[in-house]
Ligand binder design. Structure first.
Ligand code: NYM
Length: 212
């Protein structure tokens, strides 16, 4: 029932443009929570280790070409194949720090011109994050950070469109963090917010589904 809920781990998602610093922050968060004695794992999407993930990886490396709708559905399938494991981890008390999730799925695909509602549809029923940490950086500043790699999407013009799409996706679980601050300052802000969230979920907060 909705009145009382068992203690559980928190579902925490990091989002942002390419080169916003998500990956280093998620590993810092992982060690921080581990040191405090919390059960915690860090995950990332796309999860390139599965069969679907390998198709995605080859697409991102420009080694294969897929229709925009098709790759969108593969990214979504890649989350669905982890959904039940995700739920059991959370219910057993493990907090998950996830580098990219459905918000990336919708932001990147809709930046190509796909309809946003269409993009959201296959995400319906995936677990809703308790907290979305958006590492906010302008596309120009992100591009200055050692430049982009060779992967698809890593171009200034496209990242500008992604940033616009992200703006329309903000919801109640969303928190903007200024990602242009020094790495330690970003980390400090993330720590406070994350700890709060872990505590709330530890007291029992019902799991819900996307999109709210
Ligand atoms: N990406 C990631 C999507 O287009 N849709 C998704 O659902 C997800 C999870 O993949 N440029 C894009 C964003 C990135 C790229 O992610 C690979 P990463 O974090 O660089 O491995």
């Amino acid at each position: 029932n909705n009145h009382s809920s068992d203690p559980r781990g928190a579902l925490i998602v990091l989002e942002g443009l390419d080169r916003c610093g998500k990956t280093s922050q998620s590993s810092r968060l992982l060690s921080y929570l581990e040191e405090l004695g919390h059960a915690v794992e860090s995950w990332r999407f796309p999860d390139r280790t599965t069969n679907v993930g390998q198709m995605i990886s080859s697409y991102l490396a420009n080694k294969s070409h897929l229709d925009d709708h098709t790759i969108h559905l593969l990214f979504s399938a890649n989350r669905w194949e982890k959904r039940s494991l995700m739920e059991s981890k959370l219910k057993s008390g493990t907090t998950l720090i996830i580098d990219r999730y459905s918000y990336s799925g919708v932001a990147f695909s809709s930046a190509k011109g796909l309809d946003m509602e269409w993009c959201k549809a296959p995400e319906i029923g995936l677990l809703a994050p308790d907290l979305v940490l958006y590492l906010d950086i302008s596309p120009e500043k992100a591009a200055e950070r050692g430049g982009y790699g060779e992967e698809r999407y890593e171009q200034l013009e496209f990242q500008e469109k992604v940033a616009e799409s992200y703006k329309t996706l903000r919801d109640a679980s969303w928190k903007n963090i200024d990602a242009t601050l020094p790495i330690e300052d970003v980390e400090k802000q993330l720590r406070e917010t994350v700890l709060n969230c872990v505590e709330t979920c530890g007291k029992g907060k019902p799991l819900s589904g996307l999109w709210l």
